[in-house]
Each structure stands twice: as structure tokens, then as C-alpha cells.
Design a protein around this ligand. Structure first.
Ligand code: ZN
Length: 106
């Protein structure tokens, strides 16, 4: 019996602010983009076909940047998102360990 594919959570919380997450068809973004962060709405939207794992991390970093009122160069966000995506793809259990550690379970 195989494990069911994980579902995208409806939202995440970054430093107390809730950000809705959505993946949907036909976003019609320009070629350079596969997702966007809507700061005023507190929402991250990714295009179903174009979005890669690094896109989600990239947009989460934009949300964190906004929430924390920092100013990170876009190239830095892109590089960090790519590196974190590689790390999580190589060892998916890492995300579970991070959450368990935060709860004090491990
Ligand atoms: Zn960006």
C-alpha cells in the first residue's frame, strides 16, 4: 500500500502572519515567473504547470521578507530557495524533523 500524496496546506504562518497558499491553473504570468506573492492579501499563488518546488520556497521567502520587513536582494532569494529546495528534495523527512524538533518531540 502506497502512502497518499501529501496535500498542499491551505496556509502557513510566518512570524505570526498567516499566508494563504494556492496552486492553480492558468495564472498567465510572464515567462520568468511561476508564482507570485500578494503581500496585501497575504497570499502565495503558484501556477500548476510551471511551479517547481523552488518556486514555493522562493515565494515563502518573499513572504518572510515582507513579514520581517527586511530587504533581501532578489538574486539571494533565488539562490537560497534553490538550495533549500535541493536539500528538502534530497531528504524529505528533514521537514518533518524540523517540525517535530520545534514541538519538542525529538
Ligand atoms: Zn521573486
Amino acid at each position: 500500500m502506497s502512502t497518499p500524496a501529501p496535500k498542499l496546506p491551505a496556509d502557513v504562518v510566518i512570524s505570526g502572519r498567516v499566508w494563504e497558499l494556492e496552486v492553480r491553473d492558468g495564472l498567465n504570468l510572464d515567462e520568468e515567473r511561476a508564482g507570485l506573492t500578494q503581500f496585501s492579501r497575504g497570499r502565495i499563488v503558484l501556477d500548476t504547470d510551471a511551479a517547481q518546488p523552488r518556486t514555493m520556497l522562493h515565494e515563502l521567502m518573499h513572504a518572510a521578507e515582507e513579514t520581517l520587513e527586511s530587504d533581501i536582494p532578489h538574486d539571494t532569494i533565488a539562490a537560497l530557495a534553490a538550495g533549500l529546495a535541493d536539500a528538502l528534495i534530497s531528504r524529505p523527512v528533514l521537514a518533518e524533523w524540523i517540525a517535530a524538533r520545534a514541538r519538542g518531540d525529538v
